[in-house]
Design a protein around this ligand. Structure first.
Ligand code: SIN
Length: 311
């Protein structure tokens, strides 16, 4: 392990580097291995798995945009039981610790899912409260601090595994929701899920995505992601997994400096399947060259702000 890249997240959860795929952009890393050595990833984060199988939304459900893409997949997945039996064992064999991203349509589904995945070999759960492509985009748990508090309390009472709550930028109450998640027992947060967006085919007179609105990801949302992490870092101390448009090692450093504890690489994986592996390697090279560690990089803006306040 490169000591400069050591990424302690929680007691008992330390990654060898802070780079992992964002949920939904890398399956369970099984295809990534066809392209190169995914063992170099700090962790694997799975596509959202829900208690019941889901077919997802009708096509077209992807559209490219300037500096990004829109998706409205609708959490297509084989369901938790099939995933645990057929996919997870192969993902665990790859080497990096596996974080399972869990979705659900109701509190009861999340509760059942959290209980079901204990002792399956995953190191943590990412609780997806923020998919904009289901339930009419209502995001009940990610926009209402009270609802978030209740689900966080209920799920943390049922889990020995650390829970990272994946939150949405599509609310003006992000900091309140983040604080509620932590008060309820979330050990970490993932920021951010996609921004609501739309693409229009005016010639055909219809949206480019069948469902109309969709989630925007890619470099276009990087400034929004940095802003969310920076603001939430002011109000919580738990680890934040930062995600939103990361393409370069400079981007990784910006996210860490803004307050992320580790980063997730998403949309870039669609055109560069080894983007996460490359960024882990480049981060190691940069740290060695500049003589700093990942921990030195973390929350640099927070330290600057404190220094400014103190003077
Ligand atoms: C989807 O499957 O629709 C995307 C997942 C997400 O945005 O959380």
């Amino acid at each position: 392990m490169n000591p400069l890249l050591r990424t302690p997240l929680l007691d008992g959860l330390e990654l060898k580097n802070p780079v992992m795929p964002a949920s939904g952009t890398y399956g369970a890393a099984l295809e990534g291995k066809e392209f190169g050595d995914v063992r170099e990833l700090g962790a694997i984060v799975t596509k959202t798995v829900t208690p019941k199988p889901r077919k997802g939304n009708p096509p077209p459900r992807l559209a490219e945009t300037p500096c990004g893409m829109l998706n409205s997949i609708g959490l297509e997945n084989p369901g938790l039981e099939t995933f645990l039996a057929e996919v997870l064992p192969r993902a665990l064999e790859l080497g990096p610790p596996v974080i399972l991203n869990l979705g659900g349509e109701s509190l009861e589904e999340f509760e059942w899912g959290v209980e079901r995945v204990q002792e399956t070999g995953v190191v943590a759960l990412e609780i997806n409260l923020s998919c904009p492509n289901v339930q009419g985009g209502a995001l009940p748990f990610a926009t209402d601090p009270e609802a978030c508090l209740r689900i966080a309390q209920s799920l943390s009472n049922r889990s020995e595994l650390p829970l990272f709550f994946k939150l949405s930028p599509n609310t003006h109450l992000l900091c309140e929701v983040a604080m509620a998640a932590v008060e309820g027992g979330a050990q970490g947060l993932t920021l951010i899920n996609t921004l609501l967006g739309m693409a229009v085919d005016w010639r055909l007179g219809r949206p480019r995505i069948a469902r109309g609105v969709a989630g925007l990801s890619g470099p276009a949302i990087k400034p929004v992601a940095l802003r969310c992490i920076y603001q939430v870092r002011q109000v919580v101390e738990v680890p934040i997994l930062g995600v939103g448009g990361i393409q370069s090692v400079e981007d990784v450093c910006e996210f860490l400096a803004a307050g992320a504890s580790a980063v997730q690489v998403g949309t870039q994986h669609f055109r560069e399947p080894l983007a996460g592996v490359r960024l882990a390697r480049e981060l190691g090279e940069l740290c060695a060259q500049e003589g700093f560690s990942v921990q030195d990089l973390q929350n640099r803006l927070g330290k600057d702000r404190k220094r400014n306040r103190d003077h």
